[in-house]
Write a protein that binds this ligand. Structure first.
Ligand code: OGA
Ligand code: NI
Length: 362
C-alpha cells in the first residue's frame, strides 16, 4: 500500500530560497549528528587530496591486453573498496551531457506555475517533487527534483515529462539511450570482475529490454544556513546502479568512506557511477552499496542528473548462485525490486538501514 498524497502541504525549496529568507524553517534543521560540520566532513576547500577513483575506460576497447586487465582491475578495486567511481572516455557525447544538464537547469529556472503542472504524488513519484518519504513531521531535505521513467517502455509517458524547454523531451530520450548503453557496458565489466559470464548481470536484471531506467534530476537551491541542513540525507541507492552527471561548477556529493565523509570532486566530463543495493544483493555483498549524501552552500544552486539503472521490477533478486559457497552462504532472501523500493518511498532516505535489515532477517 502506498500513500496517494503527501502528509503535509508541499513547499518548493527553490521558492523558499528565492524568497530571500535568512533563517531556514525548522523542518529543514537536521539533528546535530547529521549536520555537515567540519568534524564529520573531510572537506577543506582547495586542499583535499582524497577523491573517489577516476577510471579511464578507453583501454578496455583497445588491443593492449595488459592495459585491458589493468582497467578491469581498477574497476574491480573501486567496486570493492569504494562502491563509487568516476569514468572518463565513457562513450557518451560531452555535448549531449552538457545540453541535458543545461536544459534541466532551464526547466527549474522557470516560474513556479510552469513546474507545478507536473507536481508529483507519493503513489508513483513521477514528476516535480520536494520530498522523499511520507512520514508526517519528518525533517526534510533542502532540494527539489523531477523524477521520470524511461524504461521499461510500458512505464514511459512523455506527457509527464516537461514540455518546456522545447528540446528537453528529445534530449531526455537521447541522453537516456546513451546512459543505458554505458550502464550495459559497466554491468559487463562487473560480471567479468566477479568471475561470472559477461552477460550474467544483465540477464539477472531481466535482459536489455526489460531493465528499469529512471531519471531523477536534483535541484539543490542555495541555502542561507548550509551548516544546519542537507541537500539530500544519507542513503544508499535502492536500485541496481546509479549513473550521475554532477553539476560542472558546484560540488556537494559526499561519500562515506572509512568513517568520514569524502567530498567528490567531479572530473570534467566524467560520470559518477555507484553501486546500488540490488548489486550488493546479487554479488552476495562482494560489492556494497555505499552511503552518500549531498551538502548545500550559500552561494550557488546545484543541478545533478541521477540515472537509476535497475532490475526488472517484478523479478526476484537474490545472490547469484555462483557467488554462494559453503564459506560464504547466501546473505539475502529473494525479494522483488518493486517490494524493496517501497521502503525508501515510505520512510525517506535512511542510510543503509534497509539493506542491512535484510541480513538480520535471514
Ligand atoms: C541520488 C543522489 C547525488 C547528487 O539522487 O540518489 O545520490 O549528486 N544524488 O545529487
Ligand atoms: Ni543516491
Amino acid at each position: 500500500m502506498t500513500c496517494q498524497t503527501w502528509p503535509e502541504p508541499v513547499v518548493r525549496v527553490q521558492s523558499l530560497a528565492e524568497s530571500g529568507l535568512r533563517l531556514i524553517p525548522e523542518c529543514y534543521i537536521k539533528p546535530k549528528s547529521q549536520r555537515p560540520t567540519k568534524m564529520n566532513s573531510t572537506f577543506v576547500p582547495n586542499h583535499d587530496p582524497i577523491n573517489i577513483p577516476i577510471i579511464d575506460l578507453q583501454g578496455l576497447y583497445g588491443e593492449d591486453q595488459t592495459l585491458r586487465e589493468e582497467v578491469l582491475g581498477r574497476v574491480a578495486e573501486a567496486c570493492r573498496e569504494w562502491g563509487f567511481f568516476q569514468v572518463v572516455n565513457h562513450g557518451v557525447s560531452h555535448e549531449l551531457m552538457k545540453s541535458a544538464r543545461e536544459l534541466w537547469r532551464e526547466f527549474f529556472n522557470q516560474p513556479l506555475e510552469e513546474k507545478e503542472v507536473y507536481a508529483n504524488s507519493p503513489s508513483t513519484y513521477e514528476g516535480y517533487g520536494s520530498r522523499l518519504g511520507v512520514k508526517k513531521g519528518a525533517i526534510l531535505d533542502w532540494s527539489d527534483y523531477f523524477f521520470l521513467h524511461y524504461k521499461p517502455l510500458s512505464l514511459r509517458n512523455q506527457a509527464k515529462w516537461p514540455s518546456i524547454p522545447q528540446s528537453l523531451r528529445k534530449v531526455i530520450g537521447e541522453y537516456s539511450e546513451e546512459v543505458i548503453k554505458l550502464g550495459g557496458r559497466i554491468l559487463k565489466i562487473m560480471s567479468k570482475n566477479l568471475g561470472l559470464k559477461e552477460d550474467h548481470l544483465i540477464k539477472a536484471f531481466g535482459g536489455e529490454n526489460e531493465i528499469g531506467g529512471c531519471l531523477r534530476v536534483n535541484f539543490y537551491p542555495k541555502c542561507p544556513q548550509p551548516d544546519l541542513t542537507l541537500g539530500l540525507s544519507s542513503h544508499s541507492d535502492p536500485g541496481g546502479m546509479t549513473i550521475i552527471l554532477p553539476d560542472d561548477f558546484v560540488s556537494g556529493l559526499q561519500v562515506w568512506r572509512e568513517n568520514e565523509w569524502v567530498t567528490v570532486k567531479p572530473f570534467p566530463n566524467a560520470f559518477i557511477i555507484n553501486i546500488g543495493d540490488q548489486i550488493q544483493v546479487m554479488s552476495n555483498a562482494i560489492y556494497k552499496s555505499v552511503e552518500h549524501r549531498v551538502i548545500v552552500n550559500s552561494n550557488k544552486d546545484r543541478v545533478s542528473l541521477a540515472f537509476f539503472y535497475n532490475p526488472k521490477s517484478d523479478l526476484l533478486i537474490e545472490p547469484s548462485k555462483e557467488l554462494v559457497t559453503k564459506e560464504k552462504p547466501s546473505l539475502y532472501s529473494p525479494m522483488t525490486y518493486d517490494e524493496y523500493r517501497l521502503y525508501i518511498r515510505t520512510h525517506g532516505p535512511c542510510g543503509k538501514a534497509q539493506v542491512e535489515s535484510l541480513i538480520s532477517k535471514k
